[in-house]
Design a protein around this ligand. Structure first.
Ligand SMILES: [Zn+2]
Length: 89
């Protein structure tokens, strides 16, 4: 599998570390019930198909990327810098 780093070009995925889904989790209030904290810490979606993931290019430029990847086929559909994705909304 190869990942198109916006700064380095197309690179082998072994240069990267996947840090999971690129989603914003709503952190419970400090006094929220244990069930809400359990869900926040442990429960994640496990989609089969296109998903956005956070990847770190540790073997290259050191950038954090948002990679769009199909979890069923491992096809990579694109990558953007995480810093730009955050500003784009
Ligand atoms: Zn890079």
């Amino acid at each position: 599998m190869q990942i198109p780093c916006p700064l380095c070009g197309l690179r082998d995925s072994r240069e990267f570390t996947c840090k999971g889904h690129a989603v914003t989790l709503d952190r419970p209030a400090a006094d929220a019930p244990p069930e809400e904290w359990h869900d926040y810490i442990h429960l994640r979606d496990n989609p089969a198909g296109p998903t956005r993931e956070l990847w770190y290019h540790g073997g290259g430029c050191g950038a954090w990327l948002i990679v769009t990847r199909d979890t069923a086929t491992h096809a990579v559909h694109g990558a953007t810098l995480a810093s730009e994705a955050r500003h784009a909304g």
